[in-house]
Design a protein around this ligand. Structure first.
Ligand code: ADP
Length: 645
């Protein structure tokens, strides 16, 4: 038996190795084997091609040597030979890239099954076949990549063919639905898996209805939510699977959104709670605002930088602004003048953490310049629940009206006391004035009575003296009545044209007998002065001034009466050199019941009504009355009256 080598040459090996089993060699020859080894790994035959591949120049001389030793440069082949010697056939490839070889290594057995050795048949790898191998490798690589990706994505994915067969699914899909390997083995049935899934969903009808709906509209895409009985929530997305322009199936993907949903629900609950809390806070603030803005007192809150955070209209009005203008601004910006007083108090509260309660102050505020207003202020530290000092709360109560009322009350009280004092003084003076003429009057009348009883001749002088006291009593009572009429607005005047010369001259003449010890002078105006007045009342004024001049000139100084013209007025003056009037008392001389302090009742009688009546009469005639006096040197009383042309 012969074997041809790769180049068709006859090697004649069987003659060289007669001891090796013939059968093995025959088989090798029939296979056109390049190499034949026996069961011990010894080379029976090897052609030139293999020898040159193994790095040997000539094919001869290898028989009987171990293939491991001869072919050590071709490990891809020696490995396959070892495999073959274990009884298994092997295919391997190797060689230079430009000339790759494929070896088919076959074990050879005898009839009894004993491995005799192995044969190698070499053939050149076809280039196109190598490329397709690479393509297959690449494809396998791609498939493995896709498969790994498919299994590692977080969504559970199922691909169903157009005829409702399960084409592909990833591990997550299997885990999500708890589908057993048995159920999915081979060519898994879509209906069976669907029935398995339906048992787990909360609403199976809706679940399947949606699937059917999608199968009926192959091009449709959709997203819906699937709730499972165990509480999980899945988001299901479905898309058609396209190949070229044709739909070949449908992809279903499920995403477990339970945690996401719960988180969202939790977030919504938290948001709702926050919203509720905010609404409650806004409600509370609205209530607080209503309370603040309707409070009749100033209320406000400043932060640690003394900026207004909140204040009511009553407080804002003190700075002459609206509360909206004031929020965020400091007191100093709003009113430096107010800040100068208030800021030290606010800082004291911030520094000490102690309140200032009921501090009374008087301040001028912008809306009422020039007016000092009174306030009672309280400042309280405001703290957070953790005790941190946030700012100062202010309560400002205006006391101006109260203070004015208090001042008014005090004035009225003082006046009441004065009125009581005046009344008491008046009663005392009036009693004195009424009683004083009564004693001599009684004396004169008793003397007259005694003389009548003893038939003594009656003295007309006694009667005159008695009458003088009656006149005095009558004068006091008249003054009192006139004062009451003036107070009630009932003093009537009977006006007529009067010659002032005649009037003054008559008054001086009437008075002269009553002051025999005082030199009495009268200087008259040459020009006739006519006034339109009440003769009796004007005569009463003159009599009063003359009587005072006499009464308050205890050293019997001269009394000088002057009548003069001053423009359109007549000017009448009565001057004396008596006790005079203290300067501070002169402004009050014409008030009712007023008596100067240098004219005690004990020394100088009088009710303090004469000058009051004089002023009223003169002013009713359109004139004016006043006094010029120097204490200790005398007084001059003057009055004017408008004269007629
Ligand atoms: P009276 O009856 O007390 O005199 P009047 O009203 O006539 O009341 O006078 C008021 C007061 O004015 C007098 O009590 C007196 O103190 C002062 N007075 C009036 N006239 C004179 C005067 N000529 N000289 C000094 N004081 C006078």
């Amino acid at each position: 038996m012969t074997m041809a080598d790769g180049h068709g040459r006859d090697t004649g090996w069987e003659a060289c190795v007669p001891s090796f089993p013939k059968l093995l060699v025959q088989v090798g020859a029939s296979l056109h084997a390049t190499l034949i080894i026996d069961s011990l790994g010894r080379i029976l035959r090897m052609d030139h091609l293999l020898a040159s591949l193994a790095g040997w120049g000539d094919g001869a001389g290898f028989e009987g040597r171990a293939f491991d030793e001869v072919l050590h440069r071709l490990p891809w082949l020696t490995q396959a030979l070892h495999t073959a010697l274990t009884g298994r056939e092997a295919v391997c490839e190797g060689g230079a890239p430009e000339r790759r070889l494929r070896a088919l290594v076959l074990p050879v057995f005898e009839d009894g099954g004993l491995c005799l050795g192995a044969c190698v048949r070499l053939s050149a790898c076809e280039p196109e076949r190598a490329e397709s191998g690479q393509a297959r490798d690449k494809l396998e690589q791609m498939v493995s990549l896709l498969s790994a990706t498919f299994d590692s994505i977080t969504d559970a994915v199922l691909v169903v063919s157009s005829n409702r067969r399960l084409i592909a699914f990833n591990k997550r899909f299997q885990r999500l639905w708890g589908l057993s390997d048995e159920l999915l083995r081979g060519d898994p049935d879509h209906e069976k898996s669907l029935a398995f899934a339906m048992a787990q969903v909360k609403d199976p009808e809706r679940f399947t209805a949606r699937i059917l709906e999608m199968y009926e509209a192959p091009e449709k895409e959709g997203v819906d939510i699937v709730e499972l009985r165990d509480g999980r929530i899945l988001e299901r997305t479905t898309l058609p699977q396209w190949m070229g322009g044709t739909i070949i199936g449908r992809v279903w993907s499920y995403r477990d959104i339970t945690a996401e949903r719960r988180a969202r629900l939790e977030q919504e609950r938290a948001f709702a709670a926050e919203q509720h809390a905010r609404e409650q806070m806004e409600e509370s603030l609205a209530l607080l605002d209503t309370f603040l803005n309707n409070a009749p007192i100033g209320l406000g809150f400043v932060d640690r930088e003394l900026r207004f955070i909140r204040l009511n209209d009553a407080l804002a009005a003190l700075h002459g602004k609206s509360r909206h203008e004031e929020v965020g601004r400091t007191l100093h910006e709003l009113s430096p003048r107010v800040a100068a007083t208030v800021e030290p108090l606010l800082r004291q509260v911030l520094d000490t953490g102690e309140p200032i309660i009921g501090f009374d102050t008087a301040l001028e505020v912008p809306p009422t310049p020039g007016q000092l207003r009174h306030w009672r202020v309280s400042y309280y530290p405001v703290r957070t629940t953790s005790g941190k000092l946030m700012g100062v709360g202010a309560v400002v109560v205006e006391l101006t009206a109260e203070r004015h009322a208090q001042v008014e009350r005090e004035r009225l009280l003082r006046e009441a006391h004065e009125a009581i004092q005046i009344r008491d003084d008046f009663l005392s003076i009036a009693s004195h004035e009424l009683k004083t003429p009564l004693t001599p009057l009684k004396l004169h009348l008793r003397l007259l009575e005694q003389r009548c009883a003893s038939s003594q001749p009656l003295s007309p002088q006694l009667a005159r003296k008695a009458l003088a006291q009656v006149d005095r009593l009558s004068g006091v009572i008249s003054d009192m009545l006139d004062s009451s009429r003036i107070q009630a607005g009932l003093l009537e005047l009977e006006r007529e044209p009067l010659s002032l010369q005649e009037l003054v001259r008559g008054a001086v003449a009437d008075f002269r007998p009553h002051c025999p010890e005082h030199p009495l002078e009268y200087e008259e105006c040459a020009r006739r002065l006519v006034v339109r007045g009440d003769k009796g009342r004007l005569a009463q004024v003159l009599a009063n001034l003359l009587e005072n001049a006499r009464k308050y000139s205890p050293l019997k100084g001269p009394i000088r009466v002057t009548l003069a013209q001053r423009g359109a007025e007549a000017l009448v003056s009565v001057a004396d050199r008596g006790i005079g009037i203290p300067v501070d008392q002169q402004a009050h001389l014409f008030e009712r019941f007023f008596r100067a302090r240098n004219a005690p009742i004990s020394g100088f009688g009088g009710l303090g009504l004469g000058l009051y009546i004089c002023r009223h009469v003169v002013e009713r005639h359109g004139g004016h009355i006043w006094v010029e006096s120097e204490p200790g040197h005398g007084s001059t009383f003057r009055f004017t009256l408008p004269v007629e042309d």
